[in-house]
Design a protein around this ligand. Sequence first.
Ligand code: BES
Ligand code: MN
Ligand code: ZN
Length: 483
Amino acid sequence: MNFELKSLSLAQAATEKCDALLVLLGDDYKPAKDGFSALIGRALKDGDAQTKAGKVLALYKPPVVQAARVVLAGIGDGSAKQVRSAVSAAYAAAKSDKLKKLVVVFASNPSAAALRAAVAATADASYSYTTTKSKGEARVLQSVLVGAGNADELAGGFERATAVVAGVEFAKEWANRPANHATPTVLAKAAQSLAKHARITCDVLDAKAVTKLGMGAFLAVAQGSEEPLRFIVLKYSGAAKSAAPTVLVGKGITFDSGGISIKPAAEMDEMKFDMSGAASVLGVFRTLSELKPAINVVGLIPACENLLNGRAVKPGDVVTSMSGQTIEILNTDAEGRLVLCDALTYAERFKPKAVIDIATLTGACVVALGAVRSGLFSSDEALAQALGAAGDAAQDLCWRMPLDEEYAEGLKTQFADVTNVAGRAAGAVTAAKYLQRFTEKYPWAHLDIAGTAWKSGAAKGATGRPVGLLVEYLLTPAQAAAK
Ligand code: BES
Ligand code: MN
Ligand code: ZN
């Protein structure tokens, strides 16, 4: 899909040839003298249109406008949050199978964050997954023209917004693909396809190489499946070699059956989304390929299936991780932390300035935070602050969770250095405490995206989160400058 930004008044927007025109009206809107503005002014005065966020009024072929469908949508104070919900509501009102060309115009000058929100919400509302449908229906919406009086000063933010859309949609595509169309091998190919872009390289390790590295925890998960594992190493080099990279580690369980500790049948299909952390890493690299910022980033993806065969790891088995720590696997369904712990140890070799892992790690995090905010865990104050602020700015929210030492109590065992599960209480926190044991050499944060990475039910599908948060974090000057 093609996005374009242009300086447009409402009078000019009215003359644009398109299938639908969305007009975003803030509380500060003052109608000008042209016919379209006068019409909007009257609708506001009569109370049929409102500037309150979420209020929409749909019109059909008003005489002064070229577009067949026109939607007036309130954006209240014009904040990113209000714009996001207004654009979703307005798009729903304008949606049709003829909607190929859309114009979205701000009636008064938006902030950079508001513009980004409009782009993100338009892309989100018009996205559809098609890869495994026989008719290969293409996306209906082809082009979006965004109009704002201050378009000139917003060009940089607009470029970032469209690059994030490309990253979010790359992440959605891979997370949405069924597990038989996104095996570890296929996922590695997707990563390798990113290496066609300048500054990006990709190495893929197989079981032999992973064995040599001593990744006993990762191998234990993979051994229950016929499908070979892959360990994906992506590098984006935009700064000097001497500049410490940020390392992103994405959980890449392409299907999580639970293993011998098998999951119940209901909704087990959704465990194809258990590589959403990996998909978000791929998405971030897709965005980096477009923006080419002066930073270094490494992406690590331990990818395998969590299945069960005659060789599958069993509850009670003890394995040795790459760090040397031995792990008693009490529940084979707590596999995410097993593949992640070896990737976190591997991350040490990059002498990173920060390591952030992204994982659909615990059902407990869904219980704690639902689908609104991802769980954020970090032992590093500055990193936690920066990620929280990035989430706010990108409207891709997270919420800090605790890491008190007392939470690690349940991970003790007579048979190994650590177990992979504690009790039912605070399951998202005990999972994070397990991971923390493998992160002593660098500032670390963990994002549990179990509740935010996909939607269930009728609107089932990947969200592309937290690509927006991660890109915002990576491109915030404090991170980009601290070379
Ligand atoms: N991938 C799941 C977590 C998950 C469950 C994400 C439901 C989204 C929705 C993870 O591998 C898992 O199975 N975790 C277990 C851990 C437990 C055995 C300690 C869980 O949350 O039940
Ligand atoms: Mn599991
Ligand atoms: Zn899992």
